[in-house]
Design a protein around this ligand. Structure first.
Ligand code: OAD
Length: 272
């Protein structure tokens, strides 16, 4: 594929790349995206502007079904070849940091060393009183969430807070540490600094419509980084990119890694 060769030429000189990812990178792990057909915000459009809480408030009678479906999709999810290819690109020295909007922890599970999770991590619980954060073991986490959903009669914030697990230190309610709409994103300073100092930004599987996350590619570009996007369809970020690779992360990423290996070998041979 000619575009893959072009991507290889652009990536080979890079040493401090950033991967900026969204829900699309986890789609092939069985976690549906938000805005594609069948996704949460496609089905419940209140979510696009108000997030999960707005959806639950609009459909209180469906709260157990919506939350149950959300957690069920996470339960069996494993990193896919797209996540693993990013780890490989880190080992090869092209990527240093992953900045993700995903809360599913799959980049960490895959083995990426430096991951900034702008929208939090669903497996971490945060105490609403003392702000202590605890990363939960998955089995225990899903047990707690299944229990909560079983007890849920409809949806009200006070009912949910009542059912949340308690903090061992202060007894406060512990909520999943994801970023809801209107809440401050996490690790943004670190993510911005990585974006402003990278030589490559690989944008994988995001529609690029949620800010401030979606401002990072513009920052990288303003400092001269090369921007390459991987997505089955154009996004709001496509006009900023130097190269658009059409396809899913699971299709394109392994092909890209294989071509980079070949390109690097050829480069090594021609140097000796
Ligand atoms: P979206 O659902 O908005 O966009 C998913 C993107 O992934 C689209 O551009 C798809 O074309 C692309 N895509 C789908 N399947 C893919 C695949 N297999 N490989 C590669 N790309 C694929 O998801 P995000 O951009 O991540 O925020 O959404 C950003 C934020 O909006 C989320 O973090 C969430 C949501 O509201 C919060 O909840 C705060």
């Amino acid at each position: 594929m000619a575009d893959i060769q072009k991507a290889v030429e652009l990536i080979l000189p890079c040493t401090s790349g950033v991967a900026f990812t969204g829900a699309g990178v986890s789609a092939e792990s069985g976690i549906s995206t938000y805005r594609d057909p069948g996704g949460l915000w496609d089905t419940y459009q209140e979510g696009a502007s108000g997030g999960m809480l707005a959806v639950l408030a609009s459909y209180p009678e469906k709260a157990p079904e919506i939350l149950g479906g959300f957690f069920d999709r996470l339960k069996g999810a494993q990193p896919n070849v797209g996540h693993l290819a990013l780890v490989e690109m880190e080992r090869m020295g092209y990527i240093r940091t992953v900045i993700t909007q995903n809360v599913d922890s799959l980049h960490r599970d895959a083995g990426s060393a430096q991951v900034y999770e702008l929208h939090g991590n669903i497996y971490r619980l945060r105490c609403l009183e003392c702000q202590r954060k605890v990363l939960f073991n998955r089995e225990l986490y899903f047990e707690l969430m299944d229990e909560l959903i079983k007890e849920l009669r409809g949806f009200s914030i006070s009912e949910i807070v009542e059912l949340l697990p308690r903090c061992e230190r202060c007894g406060g309610a512990m909520r999943p540490d994801f970023v809801g709409f209107g809440e401050e994103v996490q690790q943004f300073r670190e993510a911005l600094s990585a974006s402003l100092s990278c030589d490559l930004m690989l944008i994988v599987g995001t529609s690029g419509v949620v800010y401030p996350a979606a401002s990072l590619p513009e920052g990288a570009r303003s400092k001269g980084a090369t921007l390459i996007e991987i997505n089955p369809k154009e996004s709001d970020l496509t006009p900023l990119t130097d190269l658009f690779l059409r396809g899913t992360a699971g299709e394109v990423m392994p092909e890209l890694v294989a071509a980079l290996r070949e390109g690097r070998d050829v480069q090594d041979c021609s140097c000796t």
